[in-house]
Write a protein that binds this ligand. Structure first.
Ligand code: PPE
Length: 303
């Protein structure tokens, strides 16, 4: 996991020199916001960032929620993202912009701590494994709940929020599962540690409503692609047992892309393999992101 250069506070530095002080506020208190973005190699030999504008907009939304002022414009950040892919000679990759309270301070109020910005891009394969992408993964409901809506913020991708995800991920990994599913504080299904969740039952497709989960950009893309395939998606709350008896369940996320779930809590979902809707969605999604579907060219920022 390494690339040549990282964009840090407005210019490129060698990977090894992109360093911070150990007393950095964000390191102690999770006072950062970030994005996860993917670029894909396209069929014409180039590369394109998937839904760049939406990711940059969400980064600025996260900053507003977390009272951080990003010292660059949206255009400058978009350009930095594309340039980071270019200078590292990457095509398919994962891009991580991070905005953090970069000054040294002990004390919780960060409003006087300087904001720093970095963009890294790294080669990246299937988040939950190639086999997981193809055949489906084994998930487990975590005993940790997704943080209550007023504990932090569900709309913002705040570094500190992810401790909740890390607890769930560690717990189910220790039990031998590939990924966690978190319930919300009312006991309804919320999302994965870094993924939204969809399920299909009796020919209808569902996903959880956004107030309790991150408003995923892959989620919204998949909702559109689902509609194209003739399955308008219903946003609703559900219980863990409805997942058990669904025909298909899958995760969506920038990192996870569209990852089928073939087992939950030891119970086989559907036929225990990637189901037909998930497979059709994957097929369409990978065509879209690699520029093979002209109808969705507007989702791509060519590099
Ligand atoms: N929910 C959560 C909690 C979440 O972190 C993500 C993204 C999603 C849903 C899906 O959102 P979107 O990427 O816009 O479709 N998780 C990022 C971080 C993963 C990581 O391990 O780091 C990601 O997929 O990039």
């Amino acid at each position: 996991m390494q690339a040549e250069k990282i964009w840090l506070d407005g210019s490129f530095v060698p990977w090894d020199q992109a360093r911070v002080h150990v007393m950095t506020h964000a390191l102690h208190y999770g006072t950062s916001i970030f994005e996860g973005i993917r670029a894909y190699g396209t069929k014409d030999g180039g590369a394109a960032v998937f839904r760049l504008q939406e990711h940059v907009d969400r980064l600025f939304d996260s900053a507003a929620i977390f009272r951080m002022e990003i010292p660059y414009t949206r255009e400058e950040i978009s350009e930095a993202i594309k340039e980071t892919v270019r200078v590292n000679n990457l095509k398919s990759c994962y891009i991580r912009p991070l905005v953090f309270r970069g000054g040294e301070k002990v004390g919780l109020n960060p409003l006087d701590v300087p904001v720093r910005v970095m963009v890294a891009a790294i080669p990246f394969g299937a988040y939950l494994g190639e086999e997981g992408l193809r055949k489906g993964i084994r998930a487990k409901i975590s005993s940790y709940n997704r943080s209550y809506i007023n504990s932090t913020s569900t709309k913002a991708k705040i570094g500190g929020n992810y401790v909740n995800s890390v607890f769930a991920a560690m717990e189910v990994a220790a039990d031998g599962y590939d990924e966690a599913i978190l319930l919300d504080t009312n006991g309804y299904v919320a999302e994965g540690p870094g993924e939204n969740i969809f399920w299909a039952r009796r020919g209808k497709v569902f996903t959880t409503p956004v107030p309790t989960v991150l408003e995923g950009i892959t989620r919204s893309s998949v909702m559109t692609l689902c509609e194209d395939l003739g399955y308008p998606v219903v946003e609703t709350h559900t219980t863990r047992d409805e997942l058990y008896i669904s025909d298909e369940v899958w995760f969506t996320g920038t990192a996870a892309e569209i990852t089928p779930i073939r087992e939950i809590d030891g119970i086989t979902i559907g036929k225990g393999e990637a189901g037909p809707i998930a497979r059709a969605l994957q097929d369409k999604f990978f065509k879209v992101v690699t520029g093979e579907d002209p109808a969705y060219e507007h989702w791509l920022a060519r590099i």
